[in-house]
Design a binder for this molecule. Sequence first.
Ligand code: NAP
Length: 250
Amino acid sequence: MTEPRVMIVTGGSRGIGAATARLAGRRGYDVCVNYLGNAEGADAVVREIEAAGGRAIAVQGDVAREDDVERLFETVDRELGTLSALINNAGLTGQASRLDAAEAETLKRVLEVNVLGVLLCSRAAVRRMSSKHGGKGGGIVNISSVAASLGMAGDYIWYATTKGAIDSLTIGLANEVAGEGIRVNAVAPGLIVTDIHIGAGDPTRPERIGPTVPMGRCGQPEEIAEPILWLLSDAASYTTGATLRVGGGR
Ligand code: NAP
């Protein structure tokens, strides 16, 4: 029997992370659904994976806190086994505004979750997956955004800044561990229908902006989950350091 593949999805309780966790469960991964506060959402994703015959656990943890990240990965070591995939998905925009109207707390929190969180989780994953540390290799997929190249003037340039950082991190880490059995890639989604827009204080953004997307519509979380799973698969065996734009032309 082949060893089960084990995946952590940060922010797996809703949106893109939940769709990715569900698809990974169907594709045979044992999945850790990480969440911040929404235990109900995370449990629902776990139940769906189990109902489809898969294996999953929900683990609370703030990716911006080193002790939480360590506990998250140690729980997976103990309960699911050897980690083979990390999806750095947890993220937020903060309340939308121009920079000159933004609260310092918003800037700090978005940078901590979207950048420090990805660095901490990636470090924990490399320590487990790298052949340099006795690991068996694996894959990391970071969730960037088309915001990195659009800049998001008037909305949340600090969020775009964090996604630019993710693109740098993706190419840098990919090259750092390319000879150690780990591929690191990113998906940069366009406008996707999730609760993130509620968190930005702009719940009607998808309906308003959707028609201006070249394809004339927003994307669904499932349309991001597919390229994430492809990047992890053997079909993408020579792909590392890539950021795949999935934005309907945006
Ligand atoms: P979402 O629906 O708002 O879901 C965010 C998820 O992240 C939730 O599971 C949330 O957990 C979790 N989370 C937030 N802060 C966390 C923290 N500190 N530690 C652990 N988990 C945390 O967001 P989404 O739209 O699916 O976005 C997912 C990723 O895609 C983000 O990185 C986002 O920047 C990126 N993205 C989204 C879009 C879009 O249009 N939606 C476009 C481009 C890129 P709780 O449920 O427990 O709060």
